[in-house]
Design a protein around this ligand. Sequence first.
Ligand code: ZN
Length: 282
Amino acid sequence: MESTIRQVSKSAYVIVGPEGATNFSIVRASDGSAVLIDADIRRIDEVEEALRLTGCSEVKHLIDTHEHFDHTSANFYFRRRGVPIVASTGCLAAMRDEGGPDFECMMKPVPDLYERFPGLSLTLPDVVFADETDVKLPGVTLRLKYRAENGHGHSKGDTTIYFEEEEVFIAGDLLYTEVHPVTFFGNIPNWLTALKPLFQSHYRQLVPGHGPTVTGEQEGRRYFKRMYDYLEDFHGNLQEIKAGRKSREEVAKHMLSGSYTPLGKSRMVERNINQFLTGRWY
Ligand SMILES: [Zn+2]
């Protein structure tokens, strides 16, 4: 399956990953330059094609919503082109302290990329902020806010981005829509706390890290609530496994049934449980 490019406002586009693969966003300024939000080196051709199709002449900034490989692995590619990479200090620290082994592990299935992009390696953001900052281009104000509760929610770098002029809210991986989330790098209780204020956030269009985009606050709140309820339920069930009151099979079955039945990326349930029990994700 192929990704689709969805225009969510006059100047904002989302490359919606197929089957819940990572979403990347493009915000085009009035002079034709652009801000790119997240990019994965394995899907660099899609990103380049989308920049061309949306009429962007030049990427002025790349923003990493958080440190995970599927959001940051194209940092190398854009840094080589002189593009500044913006992220939270939490994201920078996580990449610097823990990103190396993760990068190598994720690259194992795609060694050809090392030949295509000589020197390809973990590339840290070079414009960092602690709590909030703005990124501006002609006609575009992006308000970046660090959201990782106590330094660790879905990830250690969790940042949301609000495109003020056109009221588009980019939630990063704090929000998944229609797919099971990846929880195994995160801290679920902190993630729950971070989600609460997002119920009240303002936007016309809402962009999750994975899954389809959402129109309107009412619908958006439903998705944030669903995300919250899912994580709360899952976390409670993980505690039951730990206490010996439920088996992992029971919990997996529960997370794949009822209102969760239609969710994509169902393989994540077992991986999330496994990681919780073993502390390993690969
Ligand atoms: Zn993530």
